[in-house]
Ligand binder design. Sequence first.
Ligand code: 3HC
Length: 300
Amino acid sequence: MTELKTIGVVGAGLMGHGIAQVSAQAGYEVVLVDADGAALEKGLGVVRGQVEKAVAKEKLGAADGEAILARLTGATDVAALAGCDMVIEAIVENLEAKNGLWRTLDEAVQPSCIFATNTSSLAVIDQAAVTSRPDRFIGLHFFNPVQVMRLVEVVRTIAASDEAVRAGIAYGERIGKTAVETRDRAGFLVNRILVPFMLDAIRGFEEGIGSIEAIDAGFRLGAGHPMGPLTLNDFVGLETLSRAAEGMYEEYRDARFATPPLLRKMIAAGWYGKKTGLGFYDWSGPEPVPNPKIDLLRTV
Ligand code: 3HC
């Protein structure tokens, strides 16, 4: 199996900057691309801040920190990815946008390069099929925060070669994750079960089973979850959750994946969770407090 040396990451947002960081930490040369220069600088800045924090806490030597940052370069043009051995996309969860990117990358990046999508809810073959290399196209699904969560799902499509899947697993292991191979079914392994749960917490709240705090405390204290499901929704991002749910609803036509009315209304109001300051919680203060306006949107 050819060893991967240079990893390209497209999209410098919540997932993309984390994928770039863990890849650089594992010794890969990394090129992080975002067409939006401000988003690119923000993503690179977060990585720099985290590496500097690790050095300050003496979890990382100063020279190692510098070497990690030296391995990471940013660009706004996909031409910078031409020589990569693997390119991972972490752009918006929208099939047309992803396929537009893959068509461009297919022309711009060397033919031997493996393509990997970080989709959380779309079938991978639908992206592989628009490229000239469906055998070298896999899913690599990371979890937020990428720097902390220890799993990566490696998705094998019906067209993927054993070599591409093995390369994905080897990459996952080298970045220090447990790599689990999954089938190319929308939602793969974790989101197939987690997304209906996250949506059900919203439905339960709509039905009045308990307050925001009670539902979250229920799962933290009663089921040992690190954060309650409504906090998790804010943390993942409500529009991201809804896009993931819609992707799976499209695929399965199963009501478990339908966006609950309250979630749709919160997104319409611009409440995307932690990233916009309002979601199930108000994140603007030192500690999150339940969003005082949310009762206005409840359906019961
Ligand atoms: N980036 C980098 N490091 C982070 C981080 C971030 N965003 N958030 C926390 N950390 C690090 C901290 O720096 C700290 O490191 P240290 O021990 O070296 O100082 C360590 O993680 C622990 O952080 P905290 O003490 O601040 O907080 P917690 O112990 O409460 O852990 C958490 C925070 C890891 C986010 C934990 O609450 C958790 O595991 N929550 C559940 C997350 C989850 O379920 N993620 C999956 C979401 S679903 C998904 O991503 C799929 C998508 O497709 C929908």
